[in-house]
Design a protein around this ligand. Sequence first.
Ligand code: HEM
Length: 138
Amino acid sequence: MATPLPQSDPYATAVGTLYEALGGEPAVRVLVNHFYDRMDALPQFRALRDLHAADLAPMRAKLADWLSGWLGGPPRYFERPDAICIGAAHRPYVIDAALRDAWLECMAGALQDAAVPAPVVARLRPAFAALAEALRNR
Ligand code: HEM
């Protein structure tokens, strides 16, 4: 029989999630750092990079917090006082298919940089693709 989750852990539902498969909070932060390092450095992501603020540090924290909850870990983003819905966050930007694909390509590279195991990548990529498509507005 499965061991009951400790009732004292408010995030006990994180057990067995993609968040856990990825490696928890340190792994999410490593992935996000690779994502913004690539976006910042590689010329093919210039248009995507230029949509973002000059200082990417706040986005490194926000995306890591957002992914934490989305992957089934602690809902850190929605504990932030500045949290907004993901759709509303992107509405000010014109996001076409090219920008959607740039975001996805940048994330695909980050997954490689972070050496995320292939079975985990296979679960993550379609989920990212569906989300990025949902954020496309042009
Ligand atoms: C489809 C292509 C996408 C584009 C072009 C895009 C672009 C942007 C831009 C320009 C910002 C504001 C950055 C800033 O303030 O410096 C932003 C914020 C954000 N994006 Fe995206 N994004 C895309 C997809 C995604 C996806 C797929 C996710 C989640 C996996 C995501 C998660 C976030 C989050 C959490 C924020 C912060 C919202 C806030 O609290 O202000 N984005 N995005």
